[in-house]
Design a protein around this ligand. Structure first.
Ligand code: ADP
Ligand code: TYD
Length: 208
């Protein structure tokens, strides 16, 4: 593996699975090991991400056939924007960690749209930057919703039992559909924060 180029890892899971908790811990550990990181998330904090957040909080209503391409546009901007685009960051040697990437679209948008369509729509992103690995933190929807309820007042568009159950199933369908081209690591998310962090670290350190 080329050692000057950075690495790129995507954390995935249903809402409340513990992605953002683990992203922070992984970044700390990488920094301690002398590997500078860029941590980021999707939807982004740029204009297209802001529009997506309005849709997720039901301020703006939009058909699923419109939402899916908006996630693709936000993702392409995440990769290519001149300010802090991920393609350049990886080229510059940073380790980039993102809370969600195209497997989120494969799983969430394919509840309403054909999975193949969503994968095809995201092809430009996969061609620009494929993760060294996608780390999926697997939790039962019951546990995820319990955690969300404890920590937030309102729930977002996709945060219902039925929806998260179907989304989790779609994640596994997408992993199967992409098994020849993507490296996906599935880890159980019903353990302590520290145990999950250790399991993630053991996987990630193999990529350096
Ligand atoms: P996500 O980013 O996947 O939505 P978060 O990291 O925000 O998930 O975690 C959701 C909630 O669950 C937070 O309040 C967090 O403190 C808590 N949490 C995260 N990981 C664990 C864990 N392993 N065990 C118990 N609670 C957790
Ligand atoms: P996020 O803010 O990461 O929520 P959480 O921290 O609770 O996991 O993501 C917002 C929502 O956007 C989440 O319900 C998943 C959804 N989403 C998609 O439907 N498609 C996508 O491509 C992405 C990136 C997110």
């Amino acid at each position: 593996m080329n050692n000057t180029r950075g690495r790129f890892f995507a954390l995935e899971g249903i809402d409340g699975s513990g992605k953002s908790t683990q992203l922070k811990l992984l970044a700390q550990r990488l920094e301690q090991a002398g590997r500078p990181c860029l941590t980021t998330c999707e939807p982004t904090h740029r204009p297209m991400g802001a529009l997506l957040r309005q849709i997720l909080t039901r301020q703006v209503r939009c058909d699923s056939r419109v939402v899916a391409p908006l996630f693709v546009a936000d993702r392409l901007d995440h990769l290519l924007n001149e300010e802090n685009g991920l393609c350049k960051a990886v080229e510059d040697g940073l380790t980039v960690l993102t809370d969600r990437y195209y497997f989120s679209s494969y799983a969430y948008q394919s509840v309403d749209l054909p999975l193949e369509w969503v994968i095809e729509a995201n092809r430009p992103c996969a061609e620009l930057l494929r993760p060294n690995a996608t780390i999926f933190i697997d939790v039962e929807p019951e546990l995820a919703l319990e955690r969300i309820a404890q920590n937030r007042e309102g729930t977002e568009l996709f945060e219902t039992m039925e929806r998260l159950t179907r989304t989790r199933e779609q994640y596994f369908r997408a992993f199967e559909a992409q098994k020849d081209v993507e490296r996906v690591i599935v880890l159980p998310g019903n353990q302590s924060v520290d145990a999950i962090a250790q399991a993630i670290w053991e996987q990630v350190e193999q990529f350096f």
